[in-house]
Ligand binder design. Structure first.
Ligand SMILES: N[C@@H](CCC(=O)N[C@@H](CS)C(=O)NCC(=O)O)C(=O)O
Length: 282
C-alpha cells in the first residue's frame, strides 16, 4: 500500500470480530489452569526466558505488514504493535522514517534506531536472534531465500499491487495508468494485464524456488521467504484470482505449520478484503 491509502480506507472489522473467540479461549484456559500438577508448574519455571519484544509500527490490512507480524509471532519475538493507521505522514513519524513506510521496527542497536522494509526486518531479526529455522545460515541456502525475496519484492509484488490495489481502494503508484486521469477502460485494461502477468513469476516460485519441496529453501518449515510469499498471495482474493492448486495447497501448508502466528495477522487482511468486497457489492 502506498501514499494516502491510510486516509482513504477504513479499518477492517476483523480485530473486533476475533475478540469474542479470544475471550472464550481465555476462559477455557483459565478453567484448565487449576488442574495443572506441581510437576508441570515447576517445569514451566525452567522454561527458557522469552525473547525480548519487538516494537513494531504496522497497518493491519497490509500484506507487507502481515509478513512481519506473522514472522515475529512465529519466531516468539512477542511484537509490541502500534497501529500506524493515519500516522505515517505525521511530523513525528517522518522524523524517524522519512520513507513513511510500515512495517517499521524500533531497536536501539540499529544505527538510525528504526528499520523498514519487511524482508530487511525479518533478515535483521533472524540474524540478531540466531533464528536459522527461518533463515538458514549456509551462504548457498541463504542466497536462495534472499533471491526469492528480492524477486518477490521487485517483480511479483508490483504485478500484485497493480492487479489488486484498485479493488482494495489503495492508491496506485505515481507514473502508472492507475494513478493517471486515463479513461476507466484504460485503467481496467492495465489492471487486467497486471493480473495476467502474475502467472509467470508465480510459477517460478513453484518450479524453481520450491523445486518439488514443500517450502522455499527446502526445509521442513516455512522460511522468511515463504512467509513473504504466502502473505503476498492473500491479496489476490480481492480480485478472485484463480490461484493454481499448488499455490492453494502451499498457502494452506504455511498456515498449518505456523498456526495462530499466521492465522491472526491473516485474519486482519482477510477481514479487510471481506469488507471492501461487501462494499463493492452493496
Ligand atoms: N517494500 C515495502 C513496502 C512497504 C509499504 O508499501 N508500506 C505501506 C503499507 S503496505 C505503507 O506503510 N504506506 C503508508 C504510507 O506510505 O504513508 C515492504 O515490504 O515493507
Amino acid at each position: 500500500m502506498a501514499k494516502a491509502a491510510t486516509k482513504s480506507v477504513r479499518k477492517p472489522a476483523a480485530g473486533a470480530a476475533a475478540k469474542p473467540a479470544a475471550k472464550k479461549a481465555a476462559k477455557v484456559m483459565a478453567k484448565a489452569a487449576p488442574k495443572a500438577t506441581a510437576k508441570a508448574a515447576s517445569k514451566a519455571k525452567t522454561k527458557p526466558a522469552k525473547k525480548p519484544g519487538v516494537k513494531l509500527s504496522m497497518l493491519r490490512p497490509s500484506v507487507n505488514n502481515m509478513t512481519v507480524r506473522v514472522f515475529t509471532r512465529a519466531a516468539g519475538l512477542d511484537p509490541a504493535e502500534t497501529d500506524a493507521w493515519g500516522h505515517t505522514r505525521s511530523p513525528e513519524f517522518l522524523a524517524r522514517n522519512p520513507a513513511h513506510l510500515t512495517p517499521m521496527i524500533e531497536d536501539k542497536g540499529l544505527p538510525r534506531g528504526v528499520l523498514w522494509e519487511s524482508c530487511a526486518i525479518m533478515q535483521y531479526l533472524a540474524n540478531k536472534h540466531g533464528l536459522e529455522k527461518f533463515y538458514p545460515k549456509s551462504p548457498a541456502k541463504r542466497a536462495m531465500i534472499d533471491s526469492a525475496m528480492f524477486y518477490l519484492v521487485g517483480t511479483l509484488y508490483p504485478y500484485v499491487a497493480r492487479a489488486t490495489y484498485p479493488a482494495l481502494g489503495f492508491p496506485q503508484y505515481a507514473g502508472e495508468v492507475g494513478h493517471s486521469d486515463a479513461h476507466p477502460d484504460k485503467k481496467s485494461e492495465a489492471q487486467k494485464a497486471a493480473m495476467a502477468a502474475i502467472a509467470e513469476p508465480l510459477e517460478v516460485f513453484h518450479s524453481f524456488f520450491r523445486d518439488g519441496k514443500p517450502f522455499i529453501g527446502g526445509g521442513k518449515n516455512p522460511s522468511i521467504a515463504d512467509i513473504r510469499l504466502a502473505a503476498t498471495l492473500e491479496f489476490l482474493a480481492v480480485v478472485d484470482y484463480a490461484l493454481p492448486k499448488w499455490a492453494q495447497e502451499y498457502m494452506a501448508a504455511v498456515e498449518k505449520k505456523l498456526g495462530k502466528a499466521y492465522a491472526e495477522p491473516a485474519g486482519d487482511v482477510r477481514g479487510y478484503i471481506a469488507h471492501v468486497k461487501a462494499q463493492a457489492t452493496a
